[in-house]
Design a protein around this ligand. Structure first.
Ligand code: E4P
Length: 215
């Protein structure tokens, strides 16, 4: 499973790259707003750090505006992927953009039928929002399972990005289901690394090492 980092924070991206586990980045308007910098400058810097896909979201709500914004965003760098919300106008925009070779990530997906439609119009990626479904008492991961089944039934090439990841169990389940990608906040990446027994083990080894006679 590929791991994308779900952030627009440069320090987090740099640190995750150093760890060596990052295959791409996803941003959204909320994440970009936290950085208090012009979006275009920020996205340009992110794209210069990461060779994999970097998702950047459109703000427009009608097809024409979305396509216009997508074309501007896609000029920032070769690895920009255009995030488009899963609404009727969004699907129209994805159809146009995919016919022009501009990569799309259809976002804010909350049902398997929405995911089916996104694949039919040629989305490169679909982003089911797991944590937000859990928040309202629906099992988010069940959506990923259903999308996986539908896409494999018909051989759709659209890749599933498990999004709105809130904890390590979401990542574990995504990998067990066989999702293509999980996009993970930096704090959860750190949680994935950690195990108390690893820390206790290191501490014990260091203490025992002190008992080894020195020359
Ligand atoms: C994914 O592409 C979104 O940017 C993100 O995962 C949303 O996560 P949230 O529901 O925690 O805001």
């Amino acid at each position: 499973m590929k791991i994308f980092i779900d952030t627009a924070n440069i320090d987090e991206i740099k640190e995750a790259i150093k760890i060596g586990i990052i295959d791409g980045v996803t941003t959204n308007p909320t994440l970009i707003s936290k950085e208090e910098r012009p979006a275009e400058d920020l996205l340009k810097e992110i794209c210069s750090l990461v060779s994999g896909p970097v998702s950047a979201e459109v703000i427009g709500l009608d097809c024409q505006t979305m396509v216009k914004e997508a074309k501007i965003l896609s000029k920032i760098a070769k690895n920009i992927v255009i995030k488009i919300p899963l609404v009727k106008e969004g699907l129209k925009a994805v159809k146009i953009l995919s016919s022009e070779g501009i990569k799309t990530n259809v976002t804010l997906c909350f049902s398997p039928n929405q995911a089916l439609l996104a694949a039919k119009v040629g989305a490169d990626y679909i982003s089911p929002f797991i944590g937000r479904l859990d928040d309202i008492g629906q099992e988010g991961m069940e959506l990923v399972r259903q999308i996986k089944t539908i896409y494999s039934n018909y051989g759709f090439k659209t890749q599933i990005i498990v999004a709105s990841v809130r904890n390590p169990l979401h990542v574990l389940e995504a990998a067990r289901i066989g999702a293509d990608i999980a996009t993970v906040p930096f704090a959860v990446i750190e949680q994935l690394l950690k195990h108390p027994l690893t820390d206790i083990g290191i501490q014990r080894f260091l203490e025992d090492w002190k008992k080894v006679p020195k020359r």
